[in-house]
Each structure stands twice: as C-alpha cells, then as structure tokens.
Design a protein around this ligand. Sequence first.
Ligand SMILES: *[C@@H]1O[C@H](CO)[C@@H](O)[C@H](O)[C@H]1NC(C)=O
Ligand SMILES: *[C@@H]1O[C@H](CO)[C@@H](O)[C@H](O)[C@H]1NC(C)=O
Ligand SMILES: *[C@@H]1O[C@H](CO)[C@@H](O)[C@H](O)[C@H]1NC(C)=O
Ligand SMILES: *[C@@H]1O[C@H](CO)[C@@H](O)[C@H](O)[C@H]1NC(C)=O
Ligand SMILES: *[C@@H]1O[C@H](CO)[C@@H](O)[C@H](O)[C@H]1NC(C)=O
Ligand SMILES: *[C@@H]1O[C@H](CO)[C@@H](O)[C@H](O)[C@H]1NC(C)=O
Ligand SMILES: *[C@@H]1O[C@H](CO)[C@@H](O)[C@H](O)[C@H]1NC(C)=O
Ligand SMILES: *[C@@H]1O[C@H](CO)[C@@H](O)[C@H](O)[C@H]1NC(C)=O
Ligand SMILES: *[C@@H]1O[C@H](CO)[C@@H](O)[C@H](O)[C@H]1NC(C)=O
Length: 894
Amino acid sequence: MDKANVCKILKIVGFILVVLLLGIVVVVYKLEHHTEVIPTQCKIVLNTENKLEKLQQSCINIPNEKKFDCFPRGIPDQNSCNLRGCCWSPIADFNKQIPSCYYPANFRSYKVTNVTKSIEGETLLLSITRQSVYPKNVKTLLVQISFETKSRLHIIIKDYENERFEPPYPQIPATKKTPETTDYIVLVDDDNFGFAVIRKYTRTVIFDTRNIGGFIFSDQLLQLSALISSKYIYGLGEQTNNFLLNTNWEEIALFNHDTTPKEHTNLYGSHPFYIAMEEGGFSHGVFLLNSNAMDIILQPAPAITYRPIGGILDFYFFLGPSPDNVIQQYTEIIGRPFLPPYWSLGFHLCRWGLKSLKDTMDLWERNRDAGIPFDVIWNDIDYMDNRNDFTISPNFTGLGDFVHQLHNIGMKYVIILDPGIASKLPSNTYPAYDEGIKQNIFIQNSSGLALEGIIWNYPKGTVFPDFTNPRTTSYWLQMLTKLYKEFQYDGLWLDMNEISNFVNGSIYGCDDNVLDNPPYLPKIHGERLNYLTLCMSAKHYIGFHYDVHNLYAFAESMVTNSALSLIRKKRPFVLSRATSPGIGHYAAHWTGDVLSTWDAMKHSVGDIISFNMFGIPMVGADICGYTGNTTKELCQRWFQLGAFYSFSRSHNSIKANDQDATAFGEEFILSTKKALEMRYRFLPYLYTLFWKANQYGESVIRPLFFEFPKDENTYTQNTQFLWGPGLLIIPVLQEKVISITSYFPQSIWFDAYTLESYESNGTYITISAPLDKIPLFLRAGYIIPYQEPSQTVEKSRKNPFGLYVTLNDTLQATGTMYWDDGDTVLSFSDQQYNLLEFNYNGTLMKSSVLTWNYETTMTLDTIYVMGLSNKFSQIFINGQNHSYFNYDSELKVG
Ligand SMILES: *[C@@H]1O[C@H](CO)[C@@H](O)[C@H](O)[C@H]1NC(C)=O
Ligand SMILES: *[C@@H]1O[C@H](CO)[C@@H](O)[C@H](O)[C@H]1NC(C)=O
Ligand SMILES: *[C@@H]1O[C@H](CO)[C@@H](O)[C@H](O)[C@H]1NC(C)=O
Ligand SMILES: *[C@@H]1O[C@H](CO)[C@@H](O)[C@H](O)[C@H]1NC(C)=O
Ligand SMILES: *[C@@H]1O[C@H](CO)[C@@H](O)[C@H](O)[C@H]1NC(C)=O
Ligand SMILES: *[C@@H]1O[C@H](CO)[C@@H](O)[C@H](O)[C@H]1NC(C)=O
Ligand SMILES: *[C@@H]1O[C@H](CO)[C@@H](O)[C@H](O)[C@H]1NC(C)=O
Ligand SMILES: *[C@@H]1O[C@H](CO)[C@@H](O)[C@H](O)[C@H]1NC(C)=O
Ligand SMILES: *[C@@H]1O[C@H](CO)[C@@H](O)[C@H](O)[C@H]1NC(C)=O
C-alpha cells in the first residue's frame, strides 16, 4: 500500500436541475469538476457525462429502516449526494440517525463476469461497473464461495490481481471436508453482484446483500451491507453495551484502544463476530476475518453494514443450529481456548500502589489471616525500577524469597509486564533495550528507526518489540528467563498492549501519509487512527501498523505463552487486556479500567458472556471496579458476583482507597468468604467446563438463551448467567436490594444453599438475596461434582469429592468430570487425565470411568440427590450395602 502521498481535496462544482413534468421526475446532472494536485494513485474517477438517471422509482419505495447510508462520516447535501448516484431525502430526525443520502435499490457497483461451479463451491469474477468516491477502486474481484463443512460456509471477496493484507493470526486450520449435504444454500445475483445465505431447512434468509446497494471495494474502504434474520444479535465487541445489541442505528467502531470503558467507544479488543437467534430457536454466527479498523452499523431493517478500511472481505458463516454449536464451530477455526492451570481458577488479589514488598506482604497477610479463599497475589508496575520491564525496584528487595514462601504454602505470584521497553537509559545499562537494538526487533518508524513513544518508563521514552518478527520470540524468552532467575513468577499480565501510548503516533508525531490520514476514518475515539497509539505507517515484520494494530496483543500473547511454558515447564497463565479473534487459545482477559459504579458492575455481566462467545472463556472485571472509590455495599455485591467470574480478581487503581476483602470489617469479610467458598466448592465443575471449552469449544459462562434457545423470553436477559448448563448465578446488581425478581426458564431449580426446589414453567420468581448472599441455583437433570473448600485450591483439590444430583421430571440426571494434576503442559494430549461420567436413570446412579491415566486418589463421600419422590429404600455402592443416608422428606433430598 502506498503511504507517502496525500490525497488533496477534490473540489467538485456542480448543480442539479430537477424538472417536474407531468408527474415524471427527471433528475438532470450538470457537472464540472476541477481538481487540485491529485497524485495519480488518488485519482477519483467521476462519471462526468451529462446523465439522466431515473432515481425516482428506486428511491421512493425504500422505508427508513432500509436506507443504507451513502455518505457516511460526512455532511451531504443534495448535490454531493446525487453525485454518488444516491437518493436524497432529508427527514426531520434529530438524532441524525436515518440517512438523508442513501443508496437506491438498484445501485450497481460490480457485476459477475465469470462463474465456475464445483461440488466444493463457486468461484466468481466480478468486474467494476461504477467507481466509488474513495480512491483506488479495485477493478476485478475474485469471490470464492466454499462449502467447507455441513455447517460452515466460507465466502472470500478479494482483489483478483493484487495481494492485499490478510491477518496471519489466527492460523485457520485446514479442517475442510467437502460435505455431502449442507445446512445452508447460497444464492448469487450476477448482474448486480450480491449474495444471500439461507438456512436450508427453514428457508430463513440469514444474510442477504442483494439489491440493497453500497458494495464498495477500494484500497482503503471496503463496504458491504446485508439484511439479517432478526434483531436478536450479540457480540461485535469490545464495546460497553447491554449484551443484546441495539439495532436502532448503532455504530460500532472496532480498533483496539485503551480508554475507560463507556458506551459508544471502541475499547481494548476487536471482535467482528456476532451470533444471532432466528425464528424457531435456531442460531447462527457470522465472522469477518479482517484485522483493520472498521465501523459496523446496525439498523432496524434489521441489517448490518461492515466498513473495514483495509484487508479483504473474508466471511465465515456458522449454522449452529444451537448457540453453543455456533461457538464450537467458531472456535474450531480461530482456535480452542487454552486449558488454564488449576491454581488460576482460585481467587486473585492485586492492586496498583503497593509501593514496596512490605505493602504487598501486608495485604497478602491480612487476607490470609481473615481466612479469605485466596491463591494468587499480584504486583502492578510498582515492583519495577522506574517502571521499566525486567528490572526490580529497590523497594522490592527480597521478592525472590517472598515468592518461595508463597510457593511453599501452595500459593502463586503474577506480575504485570508492559510491551514498551525504556529507550532513554544510559547505553550498556539496560539489556532489554541494548539487546533489542542489537537484534533489531523493535517496531520501526517510517524512517526505519525504532519508533519511540512514551509509556510508564523513566527516563521518558519507549520502544516496542515487534512480536510479529520471529526473532522477537528468542529475545522475549531471553529477557523473561533472566527475570525468572530473580524471582519465580507463575503467570504474566500483559497490559497496555492495544498498543497504548501517551503521545499520538510517536514523540516525533507521524509523517503525512494515507495510512495515518485515510479517506474514510471509522468512528473511533480521538478521531484519528494514531490517537494515543503508534503511527499507522510504523513498520512491523508482517506489515504496516495500519493492518497489524489489532493483532499486536495476539502476537505478544502467543510469544509470551510459549516462553512461559519453556521457562516454568508448567501450564502457562497469560492475561491480556487487548484481544482479537483466537487470542483465547493463549490468554485470558480482564475488562480493563472499569469504574467503581453499580452501572459498570451491571455491564460486566454482559461483557463476560460476550467474551465467552469470542472464544475467551476465562474473563472477569476488576472486582469492586478499578477507577474511583467504591462503596462498601457495591464492593460487597461485586465480590459476590466476582466470585463467579470465570477469572476472579480484585484490583484497584493507585488513586483509590483500599477495597480488598478486609477493607470493610467483619461482616464484609464473612459474606465475601461465603461467596468465594461457594466458588471453590464448585471448582471441579468449573475446571471440567474449561476442559470442555478446550476440547470441544463449548462456552464456560453462558447466557440463558444458550440453554433455552426456544424460549424467546431468554433473549433479552442480561442480569444472570450460567456456568455450563447446570449452575445459575443471579447477582444483585442494584443498591439496597435484598430480593430479586428473576426470570427462570422452564425447569426445576434447586437453591444451591438450602437445596429447596423451585419449579418454573417460564416465569419470573422472586427470591431473597440478603446482603450476605448471592443467589445460586442448580438446574434439574445434572450431576455436578464439588469439593469442600479450603483456603487454597491446592488444599481444596485434596478434599473428598461430592456430587449434587438434581433429578428432572423423568427422574434423570447426567454429568461429567475431568481431572488431572492441574499444571502439566498439554496433559490432555499426553492422556494424563481421568474422565468420569455420572448417570442417574431413576433407580440407579452409575459412575463410569471413561479414562483413568492420572494416578491419584479420588474419594467420593457425599451425594446429594434432589428431586426424589420417595425415600431411598436401600443404597448400594459398588455392590455393598450402605445404611448411612439421610432423607429430608420436606426437601425431598437424600
Ligand atoms: C471463466 O474462468 C475459467 C477458470 O478461470 C476459465 O477457464 C474460463 O475460460 C472463463 N470463462 C470465461 C467466459 O471467461
Ligand atoms: C519505596 O517505599 C517507600 C516506603 O514505603 C515509599 O515512600 C516510596 O515512595 C517507594 N518508592 C517507590 C518508587 O514507590
Ligand atoms: C524516526 O525516529 C528517529 C529517531 O529515532 C527520528 O529522528 C525520525 O525523525 C523518526 N522518523 C519519523 C518519520 O518520525
Ligand atoms: C492527540 O490527538 C488528540 C485527538 O485528535 C488531540 O486532541 C491532541 O491534541 C493530540 N495530542 C498531541 C500531543 O498532538
Ligand atoms: C478516594 O477517597 C480518598 C479519601 O477517602 C480521596 O483522597 C481520593 O481522592 C478518592 N479517590 C478518587 C479516585 O476519588
Ligand atoms: C405457567 O403456569 C401458570 C400457572 O400454572 C399459568 O398460568 C401459565 O400460563 C403458565 N405459563 C406457561 C408459559 O406455560
Ligand atoms: C432429564 O434428564 C435427562 C438426562 O440429562 C435427559 O436426557 C432428559 O431429556 C431430561 N428430561 C426432561 C423431561 O427434561
Ligand atoms: C436403570 O438401569 C438399570 C441397570 O441398567 C436397570 O436395571 C433399570 O431398569 C434402569 N431403570 C430405569 C428406570 O430405566
Ligand atoms: C441393606 O441394609 C439394610 C439396613 O441395614 C437392610 O435392611 C437390608 O436388608 C440390606 N439389604 C441387603 C440386600 O442386604
């Protein structure tokens, strides 16, 4: 892609004559155009002939919700609008949402010139019929429609003649196998190129680009619109939203960016993936594999418009049919989530502003002494000398010994690591910089020298390792190995990797070029691409920052994950703030610098569910919020909710008061302990869910509609969530509330504390939620393994197991349990694991060992059976008559 030239403004002078004659509206264009210095590659070709276009018919029948914006990010008038061949019809819309300038239905931009069909799909050639106003329209496009599997369809649209950027991550495996039959059919319009994807069995049209106009494929703007099957769509992150996406003219910008989460702002990660519910409870997913900055617009038709500013259009369609099938099909191509080490499922304690090892030890000690279930203590940038990576502050002398002490009691230690390396230390004093320069692994500015920005480092000045360069892998391993000799950290926390920068572009700014100043700028925070990040013209091994920006954290996580397994020879734990599709294979995620407010806590529920859809099931928000001071009640409720995040960590900004579990007195400690003990109790179940995510791509945390897809009432629920199919969590998300009226889909539900049953046929039920309790319910039909909690997971892991058996209407229940040593790298491939299956068929409870390769003692000592209609008469375990059992006739629990 060229970069050094700037397209100067094209001045267009024209006037339009509208003649009304006998009711026939004829629009006459008379145009002249005159240009100032247009570099050849920016030349805009206009159709300047006097031209009569009967726009009328194709304009008047378009209802507002189906108007597709022909003048995005601009202020059109009739003149400029008609110049684009579009309809002009300003309407009083104070929110300026309904476009005044929109595409006519028969707007043609490409036509099909050649079709080759085979059993594997179709290949089309498209030829441009109308230039868009954006520079460098691609003349000939290649469209490849591939029937990859029964439920996966792949449609690529790219330049036939020239290679364009395509993201190397995630690496899509070659899992294609031409199916005998497919769940979809594809229809293509030839004369005015467009296509429709249809679910074969229901005839539901799930994605239809035909005859709605506006298809553009230019060098720095690609645009494709489609009508979609329903307004029930989810995903398209990372954004602060209400989980169910708003289709009322919502503009979603995706471009990794470090800012306080708020609505209508591009945040740390970019995931152009959505999942939709169709009529009848069927579900599908659509993924655009494209790493460039983009806008995605949702409108009430319902319809979607994609506007990436580079790359190609590479779409995957997943036909489900269940929502969890969609996630399985998505993670099959982007990469299955990593299996976390067992210790990382415990509670993590962190804060910024622990100024010394002593501060850290004090915090650790008072939480240990209070009996808080607790496994991992963290340090933020405080542990570094002048906040420079791979150094230790004099205030942290003795850190190595402290970490040994932690390891001796089965606890772990995790540190922050920023990508930026200090660039202004005296030469030969800072190997991380000197080696990086020597090995030439830093991202370069457009003059070919290491690009300098400013982050936390002192003296001010920062350069950035280019993790897309294969040489950086050994550099990073070398630096991490040296640090590990100082103290044996157990996991790494990758912050600031959007990339975040305290200056725009670099300390020298950015030179004037088409990458930093594209003809179409997505609606991003800061209104410029290099706002608080690098210059778009900066060079990585695999391309310009313009194309690679959203992939940086992926590359960093991949390299860090592999370095950690080489250094520790144990299962790696990496936490990343920035994310992109497939990163869940290497890293977990936290939702960044959220505010300490009730609103932020409420949004975190939708956020963690969305990230499970993005294939990053290990995710949590900072408990009690990061920015600002919390209140006691907010923090108490947030600890209860946070105990059920798949990644449970309390963290805090340097500017805020303490908010750890001991900060608010005895009653607070007791309720927090109670919530975290419930988490620890269910860890064998949670771990099994993570294993299923790793093996089959199932989600760990689910919204209600994943389990009850035919129940439309579940589609809008965003205040409760499930762990797998069997455990329902209903957090209190409002101040001064001690009872909640919550939707319970049709099932029998058992209170996880009292084992009382609630039968619901799909109704709202009011449950009590006193300040010291988070409501938890077990769903009928499942067998859930548990262990009595101890203060660390290492201790809990050694306790005897129990089972919660919840019988459904037909007195049946099933469950599985995965178990291994919790820390070996790739224990599944090595087959060093045990897999048990449980089944209750009405009379007999059966436990079958499917695999037993991990030698250990597992004792089962308690089984709760809920939903029994009669007392057991006798209980036999392994053929032996046992007489020790209780039956509570009121609860029907044995
Ligand atoms: C269409 O493309 C195929 C394969 O590239 C080629 O063999 C064929 O000649 C083309 N047909 C036309 C009409 O251009
Ligand atoms: C080191 O610790 C002392 C005592 O707690 C504190 O005053 C000082 O600010 C710390 N230094 C840094 C760089 O945090
Ligand atoms: C690249 O960085 C060098 C200093 O390292 C600086 O002199 C030069 O101006 C920078 N180039 C651009 C285009 O910013
Ligand atoms: C960085 O960009 C923002 C937004 O465009 C602008 O307000 C700010 O002045 C810029 N900062 C510098 C140092 O140029
Ligand atoms: C939190 O409260 C303390 C005093 O209790 C105050 O000094 C501090 O500025 C507050 N922090 C924020 C972020 O409001
Ligand atoms: C649920 O049961 C109640 C009372 O038995 C009944 O009025 C209601 O119609 C039922 N709702 C559904 C969705 O079946
Ligand atoms: C009861 O649970 C079993 C096992 O999970 C399941 O196969 C069956 O369909 C369930 N029956 C009802 C009525 O939900
Ligand atoms: C449960 O399984 C046992 C052994 O397979 C069988 O004897 C019994 O009839 C089954 N009970 C039901 C209700 O299916
Ligand atoms: C099992 O033990 C109970 C209680 O001790 C006894 O009543 C019953 O007869 C025993 N059943 C068998 C088959 O031994």
